[in-house]
Design a protein around this ligand. Structure first.
Ligand code: IDP
Length: 142
């Protein structure tokens, strides 16, 4: 058993549709504890830096436009095998391919407007957490 931290975003499409509470409920129901959270409005530079690995891909500019189109909630989730378990809880990137009962299957609108982000590896989690949170903004939980 490994207690891990992973990084999560409730994306603009979900915030706009008042789904913050419903999505946070999914985290808590799965036993993932929220140890840091804040609402932010990304600017283009911040969004481009976050998604730097996708720079040059055909969907990059639209992805940045989407992620800067309204406020997002960013949070750090902690729990046993949190990185893989949260990816499973989100479901596949494309909601049409996401398993029933996953967040993306239930809430996402499209491949781009897919409601949530989650780190895909321990290295990404460490980078993404540090991209948004100072160490003293993360509150260890019992
Ligand atoms: P992930 O969010 O499931 O890790 P990534 O491949 O890292 O998926 O893609 C980042 C985000 O870019 C996706 O969540 C989605 O919002 C958007 N995206 C990925 N592929 C496409 C595409 O082919 N068209 C439009 N948007 C895409």
């Amino acid at each position: 058993m490994t207690i891990e931290r992973t990084f999560s975003i409730v994306k603009p499409d979900a915030v706009k549709r008042n789904l913050i509470g419903a999505i946070y409920q999914r985290f808590e129901n799965a036993g993932l504890k929220i140890v840091a959270a804040k609402m932010v409005r990304l600017n283009a530079e911040k969004a481009q830096g976050f998604y730097a690995e996708h720079e040059g891909k055909p969907f990059f500019d639209d992805l940045v436009a989407f992620m800067t189109s309204g406020p997002v909630l960013v949070q750090v989730l902690e729990g046993e095998d949190a990185i893989v378990r949260y990816r499973e809880l989100m479901g596949k990137t494309n909601p049409d391919e996401a398993a029933c009962g996953t967040i993306r299957s239930d809430f996402a609108l499209s491949l781009r407007h897919n409601s949530v982000h989650g780190s895909d590896s321990p290295e990404s989690a460490a980078r993404e957490i540090a991209y948004f949170f100072a160490e003293d903004e993360i509150c260890p939980r019992d």
